[in-house]
Design a protein around this ligand. Structure first.
Ligand code: ZN
Length: 106
């Protein structure tokens, strides 16, 4: 038996969809498109240059990147903590995706 990621219902091992909520089961190596970008690089860029949103520019999240840049400027650097924390979150989030929704691997 396996469990639905969405609702937690027990389903048959060979089920393709959860019979309660319809969630599709994703098998390893199937239907998962990984980003060509590195999450490690992205996270480190954010930790060191997050005040400029560099890691977010890298992952394609341009709006967030610009917001981080502006926050840093308008708070005279205090707001750069946002980019720093963002970098840690990126490094620890195994399901972190780029702007195209593709999972970024380390
Ligand atoms: Zn379900």
């Amino acid at each position: 038996m396996k469990y639905c990621e969405n609702c937690g219902k027990e389903c048959q091992d060979n089920a393709q969809f959860c019979d309660k909520c319809g969630q599709k089961f994703i098998y390893q190596g199937e239907n998962i498109e990984y980003s060509s970008k590195s999450r490690l690089a992205c996270g480190l860029l954010q930790i060191f240059l997050g005040s400029l949103g560099v890691g977010r520019f890298y992952s394609g999240h341009t709006k967030i990147a610009i917001a981080q840049l502006l926050v840093s400027i308008f708070t005279f650097g205090v707001g750069s903590i946002w980019g720093f924390i963002d970098g840690i979150v990126i490094l620890t989030d195994e399901k972190f995706t780029d702007s195209q929704g593709k999972i970024m691997k380390m």
